[in-house]
Structures are given as structure tokens and as C-alpha cells.
Design a protein around this ligand. Structure first.
Ligand code: PLP
Length: 429
């Protein structure tokens, strides 16, 4: 095999291939990646970069973990794919049992979706169908938090922050949801009664229209990397119960140990009615997400006019993805992450402390295996990424945030390199 001509490939990339939130033709040239192993990406020019983003928060066990590779390879040689309508298979059944066992008590049923955004669409459909099943078909709206991010499909966009999200661009095409301010930034302590009262007022004002409340429990991710104390999740659970609303927990970012507990809801002692998981579910091997719900939710959907949950993707419960997820969740069950996440939290806290005094730095915060440097201005993304790459680290800042969500297997030396690169990026941005 002759070496690929990267100049020609990158020219074709620019001409033909969309990148996330990108223009066409593309502006900045993306870095060509030819391989990945553990926490490292290998670029076409032979350089290696630590993947401090876990490839958008998914590769928690590192790239090409041998047990995940073996599981996918074995599945590839037996049943790579089969339709899920009218048929079933062992990887899906075992994975559903595993997720039910891992999730907060009371979530018994699993809908497999092909991406995080789709799992949010399914959650929204569930909530609307539950209302219909309870004889309240007028309840179709959802209360969401400002600063939220729930995905890029239409339903998910509609519950994402109306300003930083894409509401203005798609005005008139999105369902109109109800928004309240997110809780004040915090990691512990009681819920602010003034905030709880504010939410209660909105719930009362829209009592006949609302079906559910949707949150990213304890940490708003792509909307701004803002933590809030578990007491707010408890308070929202109580509010939902009092107002007859479902609580939807989008744990696509927070799930599988990223913030400390296995699930942020479970860590708060709360069972949501509906739970979305994705991102790290397959250890970043391929796309898979799931929407879990309680028996009460399933019963109300059964009582709705259709009598069934009205969703069913072509690649639902793809066996290769289920095999990857089984291997990834087996690694989590073995439990090394319980030591690794607090170890990474300490490493990030120590390593980022020096960035606090840099000019232009507004805040430094660490929650579980998440480290954030917030600037007082928008990040110069090309300059910041280049500074980090020159130090051997892949970072992809956004807005005013330079952050890392490293793989749980990141060693202490690599972690120190990541925090040093973030500090250099902050100085360059
Ligand atoms: C990434 C993310 C999504 C969307 O998941 P995709 O797989 O990108 O569709 C939804 N919610 C949260 C909290 C996320 O972090």
C-alpha cells in the first residue's frame, strides 16, 4: 500500500466533507489522524497527541482497549447487524439487563437509540405519550434550563439553551418549550429556596401544558461546563412529583462515572422517570445510546392511543455496538474507574491551580474527571489548539472554555502534560 497523499486528501476533505458546525468549503484544516492507541492519537506526520477530549467524552477506557476490540471482533464474525423489528439477539438483551442493573433503582426498560440526540428525541416522545396515556394530551411541552445542551436534532435543540443554542436560526421550526435559569453554580450544599420558588412558579404557570422537566443532572456540559449541587436534582424530583411531571435526566455526558458517581442522579439519591445515556456507553468505539424508563412510564405509554412507543430506527440495538457496550460496561463493573476518577480530579485540581492567576482567566473549576479553564473572553480556538498540540495534547476549546475530559486510564504524567498544555493554551488564547 502506498502512503496516502495527504495534501490531496485534505484538499478533497475541504471540498467535499462537512465537519461539525462547519462551513463549506471548510476554513481551518483539520488534523489528519491515522491511528489511536490508549490515550494517544497518531497524526499523519507521525506526531502523537494525548486525546484530552476522550474524543468528545466517549473514549473513557482509552482507544482500542483490547477487551472492547476482542468483543467487537467476535461479534463481527457472528452477527454484525440484524434488524430489531420482530427479531432479537443476546448482546441487546444482556446489555439491557446490565444497564438496568447499573442505573438508579426503578428504571427497568431500555430503548436502544443510535445517538445521544436520538435518545433525547425518544425521551421527549415518551413524555408526550405518557401524558396522552394519562388522558392529558394537551401536555406536550417540556421545561428546560437555560444553558442546557441536549443535542442537535429538532426536539433536542428545542430544549437546548435558546440563546447559545440554535433557536434563532430555526425560529418557527422548533417546538416552543419553557425555560428557567439554571441553578447557581455550586458543587455541594442545599438548594437555593429562591431558585426552587422560581421553578415552582413556572411549573404552576404552565401546569396544563407541561409533560416533563429535562435536565443534565449536576453538570451542564456543552452549554457551558457549569456544575450545580445534587440538592437541586433532589429539589427538582420533588417538584416534578408534586406537579405530576416526569423528570428526564440526560446523562449522556455525566453518565458512567465522569462526575464522580456512576450516574449523577444515582449520586444524588434520585431516580428519574426517564434516563438518557450515550457517549461513553461503547467506550467510544461506535455510536450507541439508550433511553431507560420506569414501569409507570411504560404503563402510561401502553394506555396511550397508539398503545406502543412510536420509534424504531433502522440500526436499533446494532449488535456490534451492543458488544462494544457490553465490554465497556464490564470494564466499569470491574471498578478501576472508582479510583481513577478521584485520582484524575486531584491531578486536574493540582495541575490547573497555576492557571488561576493568568491574565484573562475568569475561573478554574474541576468536577470529577472534568477540568475547565474559563476565560473572560472568547477563546482563539486555532491559537489555543496549536499551543496545546505543540505540547503534545489534543484540546478542542469552545466559546470561553478550555477544558479536558481525559480518558479514565490517563496516567499521572500524561495528566500533568494535559494540565500544562491547557495552561499554555489559556496563555495563547
Ligand atoms: C453530546 C450530548 C448529547 C447529544 O449526543 P449525540 O450523540 O452527539 O447526538 C445530548 N445531551 C448531552 C448532555 C450531551 O453531552
Amino acid at each position: 500500500m502506498s502512503a496516502p497523499d495527504w495534501d490531496a486528501l485534505l484538499a478533497a476533505d475541504r471540498r467535499h466533507v462537512w465537519h461539525p458546525y462547519g462551513p463549506m468549503p471548510g476554513l481551518a484544516a483539520p488534523l489528519p489522524v491515522v491511528a489511536a492507541q490508549g490515550v494517544r492519537l497518531t497524526l499523519a506526520d507521525g506526531r502523537e497527541l494525548i486525546d484530552a477530549m476522550s474524543s468528545w467524552w466517549s473514549v473513557i477506557h482509552g482507544h482500542r482497549h483490547p477487551e472492547i476490540v476482542a468483543a467487537v471482533e467476535a461479534q463481527l464474525h457472528t452477527l454484525p447487524h440484524v434488524m430489531f423489528g420482530g427479531l432479537t439477539h443476546e448482546p441487546a438483551i444482556t446489555l439491557a439487563q446490565r444497564l438496568v442493573a447499573m442505573a438508579p433503582d426503578g428504571l427497568e426498560h431500555v430503548f436502544f437509540a443510535d445517538s445521544g440526540s436520538v435518545s433525547v428525541e425518544v425521551a421527549l416522545k415518551m413524555a408526550i405519550q405518557v401524558a396522552a396515556g394519562r388522558g392529558e394530551p394537551g401536555r406536550t411541552r417540556v421545561l428546560a434550563l437555560r444553558g442546557a445542551y441536549h443535542g442537535d436534532t429538532f426536539g433536542a435543540m428545542s430544549v437546548t439553551d435558546p440563546v447559545s443554542g440554535m433557536h434563532a436560526m430555526f425560529a418557527g421550526a422548533l417546538p416552543a418549550q419553557v425555560f428557567v435559569d439554571a441553578p447557581p453554580m455550586s458543587t455541594e450544599g442545599p438548594a437555593d429556596p429562591a431558585w426552587v420558588a422560581l421553578v415552582e412558579r413556572e411549573l404552576s404557570a404552565h401546569a396544563d401544558e407541561l409533560a416533563a422537566v429535562i435536565i443534565e443532572p449536576t453538570l451542564q456540559g456543552a452549554g457551558g461546563m457549569r456544575p450545580y449541587a445534587p440538592a437541586y436534582v433532589v429539589a427538582l424530583r420533588e417538584l416534578c412529583d408534586r406537579h405530576g411531571l416526569l423528570l428526564i435526566a440526560d446523562e449522556i455526558a455525566t453518565g458512567f462515572g465522569r462526575t464522580g458517581p456512576l450516574f449523577a442522579t444515582g449520586g444524588a439519591g434520585v431516580t428519574p422517570d426517564i434516563l438518557c445515556v450515550g457517549k461513553a456507553l461503547t467506550g467510544g468505539t461506535m455510536t450507541l445510546a439508550a433511553t431507560l424508563c420506569t414501569p409507570a412510564v411504560a404503563e402510561s405509554i401502553a394506555a396511550s392511543p397508539s398503545g406502543a412507543l412510536m420509534h424504531g430506527p433502522t440500526f436499533m440495538a446494532n449488535p456490534l455496538a451492543c458488544a462494544a457496550a457490553l465490554a465497556s460496561t464490564a470494564l466499569l463493573e470491574r471498578g478501576d474507574w472508582r479510583d481513577d476518577v478521584p485520582r484524575i480530579e486531584r491531578g486536574l485540581t493540582d495541575g490547573l491551580d497555576g492557571a488561576r492567576v493568568l491574565p484573562g482567566v475568569a475561573d478554574v473549576r474541576v468536577v470529577g474527571a472534568i477540568g475547565v479553564i474559563q476565560l473572560d473572553h472568547a477563546v482563539d480556538v486555532p491559537a489555543a489548539s496549536a499551543a496545546a498540540a505543540a505540547h503534545g495534547v489534543w484540546l478542542r476549546p469552545f466559546r470561553d472554555l478550555i477544558y479536558t475530559m481525559p480518558p479514565y486510564v490517563t496516567g499521572d504524567d500524561d495528566l500533568a502534560r494535559i494540565t500544562a498544555a491547557m495552561t499554555l493554551a489559556a496563555a495563547a488564547a
